[in-house]
Design a protein around this ligand. Structure first.
Ligand SMILES: Cc1cc2nc3c(=O)[nH]c(=O)nc-3n(C[C@H](O)[C@H](O)[C@H](O)COP(=O)(O)OP(=O)(O)OC[C@H]3O[C@@H](n4cnc5c(N)ncnc54)[C@H](O)[C@@H]3O)c2cc1C
Length: 389
């Protein structure tokens, strides 16, 4: 495992650091600033800031320069992820487009799709949603029932998606649609790139326990999409989806470690202020979480080293997702234990607890999306360890 970065990577770090220092508005770190804005205003501010960052050259860090990327190394991408966390910069508002869609289009898109999708996505001109899950199809994605019927040069789409991140702010949605009704389960599905700004598409927000509506439902009622807006071959959507999901696998977990480690310190600070840092049971729980976080750090550096050496991690990436999501959830369970009877406090001796409460609530979701922990364990058992089904 090599834990050092090259001189060029360190130079990139200082360039990025200076840009972030000069371009993150001071008021963004004022306690209560984000809580004072509604969903739409928060989204607009983040979308515009991220566009400016892209125009300054700090986006698509590992993407080839021909697509407007920086052509950087995995080390630079890791540095980018870490520096964004350290600067408390807001995360991307276009995660599904940037992480999944863009690399898939680069790999198998037509020339027209490459031209129309990648640049506008990088500059946040188009926000992309992922339309996979349905009320009757989550982990078992191939059970999906949204249908597309061919009508001349178009498909006419009917059905419903759910848990769609950014549903109400989305412009377009890459959608798994059954286009051959009588085909076997994993066949006859197409990945259609559907314009959400048309009468046949309705996005409804779903209220989360935090009060926000980061995801929603999307209803298709005779929505139209040109057959040329199919990503990959028509009827081969399963293959396209597997390729698309594989692009999460380069992620090392180093950004998560950086963020969770800082959050850990904040939780310890809260425990001190409440005089709970002497409680032996809580101390034991905090120590266990810290040990888990250090395991995550070492795992992340191991993965990064592998990626730097050009190794395809394949299904081992399931282990990364499992490790970071479970450590994160345990961390915020300890926070709830630390607060105990003070669970409803918004502020404590100058510490704004609201962002911490939001993280604690968010932590409940991370072992579900992107493949649940049970599913990741199945993959690790069968595909990494070679255990029988
Ligand atoms: C915050 C958030 C954002 C999301 N964003 C999106 C999005 O943008 N687009 C999108 O398409 N989807 C999105 N999802 C949906 C997510 O992908 C699904 O929730 C996930 O795939 C699980 O599906 P499900 O909820 O239908 O649960 P189910 O698949 O019904 O699972 C229920 C339970 O059974 C377990 N289980 C299922 N199958 C197995 C098995 N074979 N072995 C062992 N246990 C099993 C699961 O682990 C889970 O505990 C999001 C979800 C969340 C929480």
């Amino acid at each position: 495992m090599d834990l050092t970065y090259t001189a060029a990577e360190e130079e990139f770090r200082s360039e990025l650091r200076s840009w972030l220092r000069a371009n993150i508005p001071e008021e963004w770190s004022r306690p209560g600033f984000w809580a004072s804005l509604d969903d739409d205003e928060t989204f607009r501010l983040r979308r515009e800031w991220e566009r400016d960052k892209a125009l300054a050259g700090f986006a698509g860090i590992q993407w080839p320069t021909e697509y407007g990327g920086r052509g950087g190394t995995p080390g630079m991408k890791a540095i980018y992820d870490v520096e964004m966390v350290l600067a408390r910069a807001p995360g991307t508002v276009n995660p599904l487009g940037l992480t999944f869609l863009a690399p898939t289009v680069m790999a198998i898109g037509t020339d027209a799709q490459k031209k129309e999708i990648i640049g506008p996505l990088l500059r946040n001109e188009v926000i992309w949603c992922q339309g996979f899950s349905e009320p009757g199809a989550g982990s078992d994605l191939a059970a999906l029932s949204t249908k597309g019927v061919r009508d001349g040069d178009d498909f006419v789409v009917n059905g419903q998606k759910v848990w769609t991140t950014n549903a109400v702010h989305g412009d377009k949605i890459f959608t798994m649609v059954r286009t051959e009704p009588d085909s076997a389960k994993h066949r006859g599905i197409s990945m259609l790139l559907i314009d959400m700004h048309q009468p046949g598409v309705e996005a409804r927000p779903l209220k989360q326990m935090s009060g926000a509506s980061e995801f929603g439902e999307v209803f298709f009622t005779d929505a139209r999409v040109a057959a040329s807006d199919c990503l990959g071959e028509i009827g081969e959507g399963w293959r396209t989806a597997m390729l698309l999901l594989s692009f999460e696998r380069g992620a090392s977990g180093i950004a998560q470690y950086t963020e969770f480690r800082r959050q850990y310190d904040e939780i310890v600070e809260v425990a001190r202020k409440l005089g709970k840092d002497k409680d032996p049971v809580l101390r034991g729980k905090l120590a266990k979480v810290l040990a888990d976080l250090e395991c995550l750090r070492l795992h992340a550096m191991h993965v990064l080293t592998q990626v730097e050496q050009g190794r395809d991690l394949g299904f081992e990436a399931s282990m990364t997702k499992l490790i970071w999501s479970e450590a994160f959830q345990d961390l915020w369970e300890v926070f709830d234990d630390v607060l105990g009877d003070d669970a409803t406090l918004d502020e404590l001796d100058g510490i704004d607890l609201r962002p911490l409460h939001l993280q604690a609530m968010w932590s409940r979701s991370v072992t579900i999306w992107g493949g649940s922990s049970q599913v990741q364990r199945n993959i690790t058992a069968e595909r990494v360890l070679g255990l029988p089904r």
